[in-house]
Design a protein around this ligand. Structure first.
Ligand SMILES: Cc1cc2nc3c(=O)[nH]c(=O)nc-3n(C[C@H](O)[C@H](O)[C@H](O)COP(=O)(O)OP(=O)(O)OC[C@H]3O[C@@H](n4cnc5c(N)ncnc54)[C@H](O)[C@@H]3O)c2cc1C
Length: 430
């Protein structure tokens, strides 16, 4: 009998509580499911997995495959429907235990629940590895804090979860090999590299400079060297954990001193934390039109407008620059995301879910909890006490791109033609 370790957003050896627990058994099979459905298009024409993130994910998997082989283990990659893959494996009777890192979104939670009920003789164990806190510390029950501030304050005195040491040895892989090995493709120069190795190098690189001491002053910029930490792509795939970042931040503060900027990095990591537990609490409402607030926005889906936004052909150069950067690189600053999202919801009056879905396709740091939570916040159907955000696009451009460098870099030209070829009143009603 042996353990099946089902990997998700935890592609690392360091500080991985699920791996540390899985390593206690005599035999271990490590599995990552590549869900084919993620490559299909939805009703808005978006895919869940676009080319940028797929490249990064392959690199992260390859890096883990390599690290595991040095410990005598194998990373099995299976393509298909995860529910069917896990069910087929459990039906072989080879596994008496399934281990994973706790997931926070509704589909992953429901699938786990379903498997737990379907295989009562198997022990299902989840470990908190993608958050700062252990679930036991999150004791809000049915009354999740209404705002981020309340969430943060209520956890002020609660300790973060302890880190898990990286295993120095792992149990042997089970005697059968499941499938597929990825073939190493060289990372194109200039592109951000995926994997725990690259993530660790980035973490060290960032804290070897004094960028953290000015983070609060620069974090709203669009462009520039280390204007923000850049941790998100590795956090999203679990090549870095938030606790690892926190510990490195503390080490930096003990050498360079703490200030408002260094503290603000933790503040932002708390936003990520908030959206994780918020997703756990609200379940499917995170993805619904009326959001967690249960408010129906006065927006619809009109394809012509959506395509103009997506392809950077709106009347607003700053929005077009953001959309061009996103499409070409899979990256976009926080300020750029807020502006692009606000434009879709407020200027273009489009259903916020088509924008959130497009970000999901394009972003290399896509994280369901943060993406859909932030979109709801801006669309006014989330946890924003102000009931949504409407950014003044001209003012944003003047403040944050005063000399136009960013708009020039990403070819943000205004589209001067009419926004719609059909009169607004003739739009199809969804
Ligand atoms: C519409 C919209 C969609 C977004 N989608 C995602 C997403 O899919 N994945 C994602 O990781 N972030 C998302 N964010 C949050 C934020 O834009 C990114 O985390 C940030 O730009 C990543 O760059 P960084 O690592 O340099 O961030 P930094 O500014 O250096 O922040 C450090 C870390 O704090 C966390 N963080 C910072 N801001 C936020 C925030 N507003 N919400 C949650 N966590 C935050 C991230 O983990 C980030 O890596 C979204 C924001 C908006 C407005």
């Amino acid at each position: 009998m042996s353990t099946l370790y089902w990997l998700h957003d935890d592609l690392r050896l360091q500080d991985n509580p699920a791996l540390a627990a899985a390593a206690q058994d005599d035999a271990l099979t490590m599995l990552f499911c590549i869900d084919e459905a993620r490559f299909n298009t939805d009703r808005f024409g978006n895919r869940q997995m676009g080319a940028h993130r797929w490249r990064l994910l392959r690199e992260s998997l390859l890096d883990l495959q390599h690290s595991l082989s040095e410990l005598g283990q194998t990373l099995n990659l299976v393509t298909g429907n995860p529910s069917e893959i896990i069910s087929d494996l459990l039906q072989t009777g080879r596994f008496n235990r399934v281990v994973r890192t706790r997931q926070h979104t509704s589909a992953e939670t429901m699938l786990w629940q379903h498997l737990t009920e379907s295989y009562p003789c198997v022990s299902f164990e989840q470990y908190d590895g993608s958050t700062l806190y252990h679930q036991d510390a999150i004791t809000f029950g049915d009354t999740f804090p209404a705002t981020f501030t309340q969430f943060r304050k209520s956890l002020d005195t609660v300790a973060f979860r302890p880190t898990a040491a990286a295993p120095t040895r792992l149990p042997a892989p089970t005697s059968f090999e499941l499938k597929t090995r990825l073939v190493q493709a060289p990372t194109e120069s200039g592109l951000l590299a995926g994997g725990e190795t690259a993530g660790g190098q980035h973490l060290e690189g960032y804290f070897s400079t004094d960028a953290a001491s000015t983070y609060k002053d620069t974090r709203n910029n669009f462009i520039g060297e280390r204007f923000s930490t850049g941790f998100s792509p590795w956090l999203a795939q679990g090549c870095l954990s938030p606790v690892q970042i926190y510990e490195r931040l503390c080490a930096y503060e003990s050498h360079h001193g703490a200030n408002e900027s260094t503290r603000w990095i933790l503040f932002e990591l708390m936003w990520r934390e908030f959206f994780r537990w918020h997703a756990s609490h609200y379940g499917e409402a995170l993805f619904s039109f009326t959001g967690i607030a249960g408010k129906r926005p006065l927006t619809t889906f009109y394809q012509e407008r959506f395509l103009k936004w997506r392809d950077g052909r709106t009347p607003w150069p700053i929005v077009n620059a953001c959309m061009n950067e996103l499409k070409q690189t899979g990256l976009l600053s926080n300020r750029g995301r807020q502006i692009a999202a606000s434009c879709l919801v407020n200027e273009l009056a489009l259903d916020w879910r088509c924008g959130a879905g497009y970000f999901e396709e394009q972003l290399i740091d896509y994280d369901a909890c943060s993406n859909w939570g932030n979109w709801q916040y801006i669309a006014g159907v989330g946890s924003d006490p102000r009931g949504g955000r409407h950014f003044n696009l001209e003012k944003q451009a003047e403040t944050w791109d005063a000399d136009g460098t960013y708009r020039q870099r990403w070819a943000g030209q205004p589209d001067t033609g009419p926004l719609d070829s059909r009169d607004y009143y003739d739009w199809p009603i969804e």
